[in-house]
Design a protein around this ligand. Structure first.
Ligand code: ACO
Length: 395
């Protein structure tokens, strides 16, 4: 026998959310918060951090300057930049317990290891129990510095080498390459990575930043919020696409003919397969970051005598543009650029995370400064309410 609680029969069940307002799939074009950190005009292809156009920042700014800009809302003077560089230098070392953890984890995707290790950092952070604005800022700086060391250590361990202690005096990009390779990088390599870090530092309310802000809005700690960001960034529709791009290029092979590439891409598109590194929710035109990365990829390719990957990428760009009117996004040319730098494919998305930690933390600090719990509603599409309760023995 089925039963309905007698009082329920008299309750009028109003739909919980107005039926007039329909959800937009993927929250497309929904303004979900206010922020003074990042400006995007998707129709005109404009991206600016705190008012500074990415086309000015990419060729001129260092990653450290951009971190300061994102966190403080203005560019640093020489003394302020020097202070931040010292804080980064002092914050780079990883706790022994985290190095031990890295050694103990089973072989895993680098992003999974990074997610776990970033979470572990919280256990050793001297400000862990202090959620004051000053302590949160110190944690933002330290976490950004440590993320670089973590990714370099993950890369070393993947190659069966031991982690290398950071150099507190080197700049962010130079130290990362040094910790990864054990050799001091040349100026072109440092400039290329610095520029890539600048280009990836922030991007308004992208999926991972939104995830981090939603977490922060519960007033959870900054490490927890960043771990949410890392988890969201890993997905192939987001930051995970850069590794997928390189896997696609490597699948073609260095000696693939233009005809082979063209036929395969056309077949993929005909099967409605997504080509990694193309399309964007916000940009209706060229992603302004992609042109800088294409140029870096060309410069580095020329130097290493490996221009075929960027040439293949350009052919794919022309094809996908022609066939689908889709432009490359930030992930497309970063792939061949990192490859020309000699960085293992497994580290492409983790390097994105290193840079984006600056943006994630800037957004988390902004959220804390003017917080309200983020708790939207869902349009209910389930069975009508109330369903009759059927005791277990009668089901
Ligand atoms: N290759 C082929 N077709 C594509 C691609 C692509 N890369 N991207 C979008 N399309 C097509 C879709 O198939 C769809 O076609 P349809 O209308 O005929 O069905 C149409 O374009 C709209 O695509 P959506 O996926 O609905 O667009 P949305 O705005 O939801 O997604 C996204 C944007 C996720 C970036 C998408 O373009 C994509 O999956 N790209 C490939 C993955 C990628 O490069 N991600 C990195 C994005 S940048 C970043 O996160 C850092």
């Amino acid at each position: 026998m089925s039963s309905v609680s007698p009082w329920l029969a008299y309750v009028i069940y109003d739909p919980p959310v107005s039926t007039e307002i329909k959800p937009k799939a993927g929250l497309e074009d929904i303004i979900a918060t206010s922020s003074s950190i990042c400006f995007i005009d998707g129709d005109r292809g404009i991206l600016a951090y705190r008012g500074f156009d990415i086309h000015d920042l990419a060729p001129h700014a260092t990653f450290e300057e951009v971190c300061y800009l994102l966190w403080h809302g203005r560019l640093p003077n020489r003394a302020e930049l020097g202070d931040l560089q010292s804080q980064f230098g002092a914050g780079r070392a990883l706790p022994d317990g985290v190095i031990r953890l890295l050694r103990q984890l089973p072989p895993s995707e680098a992003m999974d290891t990074l997610r776990t290790a970033a979470s572990a950092l919280a256990h050793y952070d001297r400000d862990a129990s202090d959620d004051s604005p000053a302590a949160n800022y110190r944690k933002a700086v330290r976490l950004t510095a440590q993320m670089g060391s973590l990714v370099a250590a993950i890369g070393r361990l993947e190659q069966n080498h031991g982690p290398i202690d950071p150099d507190p005096v080197m700049g962010f990009a130079a130290n990362f390459l040094y910790q990864l390779t054990g050799t001091r990088p040349d100026a072109l390599a440092v400039r290329a990575l610095d520029c890539a870090l600048v280009l990836h530092a922030d991007h308004e309310l992208n999926a991972s930043t939104f995830a981090a802000r939603v977490a922060a809005a519960t007033l959870t700690d900054i490490h927890s919020a960043i771990v949410c960001g890392i988890g969201a960034l890993k997905g192939p529709l987001h930051g995970g696409a850069n590794a997928e791009v390189m896997k696609m290029l490597l699948d073609f092979g260095a000696t693939a003919s233009p005809e082979k590439v063209e036929t395969t891409i056309r077949e993929k598109l005909a099967r409605k397969e997504k080509i990694p590194g193309f399309g964007h929710r916000v940009y209706k035109t060229m992603d302004p970051r992609a042109g800088h990365l294409r140029q870096l990829s060309k410069d580095l390719g020329k130097r290493s005598g490996q221009t075929h990957w960027v040439e293949m990428s350009e052919r794919i760009e022309a094809l996908v543009k022609g066939e689908k009117k889709l432009n490359p996004n930030v992930d497309f040319y970063s792939a061949s650029m990192y490859y020309a730098l000699g960085i293992p494919v497994s580290l492409y998305t983790p390097i994105f995370a290193v840079s984006r930690t600056s943006g994630w933390t800037a957004h988390v600090l902004e959220q804390y400064a003017n917080n309200r719990l983020i708790r939207p509603r869902a349009e209910y599409t389930g069975p009508s309410v109330p369903q009759p309760w059927v005791p277990l023995e009668q089901r």
